[in-house]
Design a protein around this ligand. Sequence first.
Ligand SMILES: NC(=O)c1ccc[n+]([C@@H]2O[C@H](COP(=O)([O-])OP(=O)(O)OC[C@H]3O[C@@H](n4cnc5c(N)ncnc54)[C@H](O)[C@@H]3O)[C@@H](O)[C@H]2O)c1
Length: 322
Amino acid sequence: MNACIVGFGCIGPVHAISIKHTDCATVYAICDINKKRADKGAEEYGAKAYYDYDECLNDENIDTVHICTPHYLHFEMVKKALEAGKRVVCEKPVTIKKEEFKILLENYDVSKIFPIIQNRTNACIVKMKELISSNDYGKLKGAKGLVTWHRDEGYYNSEDWRGKKETEGGGVLINQSVHTLDLMMLFCGKAKSVEATMKNYSLKGVIEVEDTVDAFIQYENGSTGIFYATNAYADNSSAQLEIEFENARLSYIDRKLFVNGECVCEDGDGFIGKNYWGKGHANTINDFYTGKSKLSLADIKNTMDAMFAIYESAESNKPVNL
Ligand SMILES: NC(=O)c1ccc[n+]([C@@H]2O[C@H](COP(=O)([O-])OP(=O)(O)OC[C@H]3O[C@@H](n4cnc5c(N)ncnc54)[C@H](O)[C@@H]3O)[C@@H](O)[C@H]2O)c1
C-alpha cells in the first residue's frame, strides 16, 4: 500500500516511522503546505513531496492518506479523500463539530475511515479487555478517568490553530484527554447523560478554549463515570484510568495495570515521539495495514457523542441527555 502523510508537523513524522515499521506499506508521499517540512520528510523517506492536498489526491498511486493536519481541516480532508477513492487514517478528532461527525457517519463508507485512538492498543488496555471478558468481576459500577498535564503559552503560540475554538475545536478535552475519555467509553459503553463544567485557569488571555474540564457521565448500563482533565498541572503526569466492578478494581496508572492492587501487566518501553503520547501509533498503524484491526468511524461514536455532550453541557450549564 502506498501512503501519503498529509501534515508533517509534530505527529506526521510519527506516522511515517510507524509506516516504516510495517511490512505492508510505504511512505510514498508527504504533503504539507509548509514546503520545507514536506521536502525534509520526502528526502528522509525517499518519498514524493506535495504542497497541495488536491494534487496529492489526484495521484492514483496513493491508496491511503494519513490526515495529520490541524483539527478544523480534518472533516473536509476526510470527505475529499473518500470522494477520491482513498482510504483514510485520521488523527483525532476526526471532526470538531457534532453535525460534521453525523454527516460522515450517515453519508460515507465509515469502514474506509480509520481513526487514530492509539491507546486502545497499549498492552495494559489489551490485557484489561481480556481480563474483563474472561473473569467474573461482578457488576460494572463505574469508571474514573484522570489527565493532569501541562501546556504553556509557548505550546499554544507554536502553531496558529492551537487554543482557538474555530480551529482546534476546544482545548484539553478535544486535544489531550480525549484518549482517556475514549478508554472510559470503551469499557463502559454508551452514555445516557452527561453533566460537565469547564474553565480556563492558567492561560487567560492566551487561549480561548478550556484548560480544564470535569464531567459526570451516566451510562446506559447503569454505571457512572467521573472524568477530570487539565492542562494547568505543573507537569505531564501519567493519565489514569480506573474501572470499578463489584468484585474488582482495575487501575491503569504509570503504564501499569493493577487488579485489586496487584500489578498484572506493564506497557513496556519503545516510545515513538513524546512518551505521554503512548507507544500505540506503531501498533495501531501496523494493525491497520495488516488488516488485524477493522476499527472504523462507527467504533468511536460513543466517544465522540460523549465529547460533544460534555462541551454542550459545560457551555449551557445544564445536563445533556444523549
Ligand atoms: N494521537 C496522538 O497522540 C496525537 C499527538 C499529537 C497530535 N495529534 C493530532 O495530530 C494532528 C496534527 O497535530 P500536530 O501537533 O502534528 O500539528 P502541527 O501544527 O505540528 O502540524 C500540522 C501540519 O499540518 C500542516 N498543514 C496545515 N494545513 C495544511 C494543508 N491544507 N495541507 C497540508 N498540510 C497542512 C502544517 O503546515 C503542519 O506542518 C492534530 O489532529 C492533533 O490532535 C495526535
